[in-house]
Design a protein around this ligand. Sequence first.
Ligand code: ZN
Length: 130
Amino acid sequence: MSLEHYPEHILDHSKNPRNRGTLDPADIVQREDNPLCGDKLELTLRLDAQGRVADVKFSGEGCAISMASMSLVSEELRGKSVDELLAFPKDKVLDLIGVPLTPPRLRCAFLSYHAVQNGTKAFRSKPRGK
Ligand code: ZN
């Protein structure tokens, strides 16, 4: 393992993740893992009556980049509609991280993105009984 030096905001978000926890009940629950690195996370989102994100929490464990990425992304999600969640740009994740990443680290960084995408897609394809 090489020693990696990340900027302060990455270290901060990985050590003190924002929106840490689990929402129960939640409208969107999505688990993602990255076996190459050992990162695991579970994202839970609750929507309000207008179908916008009212609250977001995530749990899990992993490397600094995966945790910082999920923490940074989670701060962007409140107030977004389902359409806006699906339109969340992948590049935005890299903007939030703000340092160049090697390909293996990109997988760690994009775990949060996949959690949002896959969770929202699964939510959308669920039949609604109301
Ligand atoms: Zn990782």
